[in-house]
Design a protein. Structure first.
Length: 369
């Protein structure tokens, strides 16, 4: 009896075990990780990148998108002129990771050993740069910087106040033409731009170093000076928008931005020609976050990001791939993208070499008298 009971019990246990095992699902296998395509990774991500740039020069949303993607917060500080930016760095400011000098300042800083050489393998979007900006005289081969924005320097004016509209540098320098606008004119507080404009008016190059030609340019500026409101590089477009001035020497994008505040603002490149300038993103040699700075550079060269920047500040983009994403009023605006006949008359500001002290002397005399 015990044997039969034992046998029956064993059969029952086997049956229960079979039923239970059938009810338990098989263990889910661990999935094979999917490898993401290789991307630029930085060995040590900082929490912040410090950018030193011109005021209102980048869409704040670009910073936000970069932080969202990388976790790196952009901390921005601004300067009103190349000279102030250079002085601050030379005085020992070592916290900046990205600076935005003009073309002429890049050459100066390269000579002083103040800029880091770029690792181009970490900036693959350099392929998007328009070929005409890929080998500039101030930084051959783009070894230290990438072009950020470009534009022209010319004359801004109020079309309901200045009649006929200016077409020549003579409309800004000839006393007979500007006497009716006395006290309502500004000139850039910039040695190379102001003297360069006077040289162009006289039919010379903006990079002329002939002492006689520079004396003639000084004479032009001195005759104009009594009619000026001020030399100003910080708020010339705001003064024009507020109608405190009616004529201004300045940069293309600033006037186009000012037009949002005053519909009567217009801009023209004088028929004699002018300067073509390029602002650049560079990494100070003192930066401790070089790879992350290069990550940011590459980010700004993405076509849609580059277009966001230009749509915000109204300057032309050196990123050829961005052109299709620009607002229509930028793409078709000859004040932003000048036609070929105007481009031929534009000059990049070049290093003056041994003639720099002569230019400095002329400028000091203009400003002091």
């Amino acid at each position: 009896m015990k044997s039969k009971e034992y046998f029956a019990l064993m059969v029952m246990l086997i049956a229960v075990t079979f039923v239970l095992s059938a009810c338990v699902p098989e263990a889910t296998p661990t999935p094979t990780p999917i490898k993401a395509p290789p991307t630029h990774t930085v060995t040590k991500m900082p929490k912040e990148l410090h950018v030193y740039t011109w005021p209102d020069y980048i869409d704040p949303n670009v910073y936000k998108l970069f932080e969202r993607e990388t976790g790196i917060k952009i901390v921005e500080d601004t300067f009103p002129s190349d000279k102030e930016m250079l002085a601050k760095l030379q005085a020992g400011a070592t916290d900046y990771d990205i600076i935005v000098p003009s073309d002429q300042m890049v050459g100066t800083m390269v000579k002083k050993g103040m800029l880091a050489e770029l690792d181009k393998s970490l900036i693959p979007n350099m392929k998007n740069i328009d070929p005409k900006f890929a080998n500039p005289p101030y930084d051959p081969g783009l070894e230290h910087c990438i072009p950020y924005q470009w534009g022209t320097t010319g004359i801004g004016y109020l079309d309901d106040k200045v009649v006929p509209p200016p077409t020549s540098w003579g409309d800004l320098f000839n006393p007979d033409k500007i006497k009716k606008y006395k006290g309502q004119i500004t000139m850039l507080d910039d040695e190379r731009e102001a003297i360069g404009a006077a040289l162009k008016y006289l039919g010379y190059s903006v990079n002329d170093t002939d002492p006689n030609h520079l004396e003639q340019a000084k004479d032009v500026l001195m005759k104009q000076k009594p009619y000026l409101y001020s030399y100003d590089s910080d708020q010339f477009e705001d003064l024009l928008a507020a109608e405190e001035t009616v004529l201004a020497h300045g940069y293309s994008g600033d006037f186009l931005a000012g037009k949002e505040d005053n519909e009567h603002i217009r801009y023209v490149v004088p028929k004699e020609g002018s300067t073509l300038w390029v602002d650049n993103l560079c990494i100070p040699a003192t930066s401790k976050n070089k790879e992350s700075a290069e990550t940011f550079m590459d980010f700004t060269l993405r076509p849609k990001i580059a277009a966001m920047i230009s749509n915000y500040n109204h300057y032309a983009s050196p990123d050829a791939a961005a052109f299709q994403y620009l607002d229509n009023d930028l793409r078709g605006n000859p004040a932003i993208y000048p036609p070929k006949d105007v481009m031929k008359k534009l000059e990049l500001i070049r290093d003056l070499g041994d003639a720099k002290p002569l230019w400095d002397k002329v400028w000091a005399e203009v400003k002091s008298k």
